[in-house]
Design a protein around this ligand. Sequence first.
Ligand SMILES: CSC[C@@H](O)[C@@H](O)C(=O)COP(=O)(O)O
Ligand SMILES: [Zn+2]
Length: 209
Amino acid sequence: MNTDPRQSLIHASRQFHQLGWMAGTAGNLSAKIADNSFWITASGKQKGKLVAEDFVRISLTGEVLENPSPQNKPSAETSIHQAIYSLFPEANACYHVHSVEAKLVSNFIDHEQLPLPPIEMLKGLGIWEENPKVYMPVFENYLEVPRIAEAIVQRFKTTIPDVPALLIRNHGVTVWASSPEAAENHVELAEYIFRYIVAARQAGLKFHH
Ligand SMILES: CSC[C@@H](O)[C@@H](O)C(=O)COP(=O)(O)O
Ligand SMILES: [Zn+2]
């Protein structure tokens, strides 16, 4: 596991900003270190120009352990990262971005599961089946972020998601993975799938299970 993952997080954030998935201050990224604490983006930082001081180190129970710029606060969505790390001990990185397509696709359904198209790219999210019928979990976007985190814990306690990703309606995707590099890959794959779903709808193509 990475000793200090902040350079990986800075690199990913710059990439996502350039792709329009972390416009302005949108989104937040975190990664764990060996002692099970995690570095997370401080709240309200411009995601195209992060530096190492723009991160806060947090314990799994939410205490601030290290804060290079003490006026900084951890991401407003830290409770979602905590929920993911508590549910999935193998997760070492958790990335959340805000693309236009993620918001669009979350409106194509009015229930809790987004059907995913049976495309090859799903292999990158761990689905090795022919014509898979899998879904991405969708959660409501409550104003109070801990409510979203609680809904995630409650649902995933009993239902393991098909893919290591979830969508918050009208908000964005959150992915998790065993390393920052794998989490970057998962974001790119999830966003590719969202673009495909938007394009398929425009083309009148139906793949619903
Ligand atoms: C553009 S504001 C978006 C925020 O409300 C939130 O959803 C977000 O992703 C970033 O919050 P942050 O507190 O900077 O981690
Ligand atoms: Zn967000």
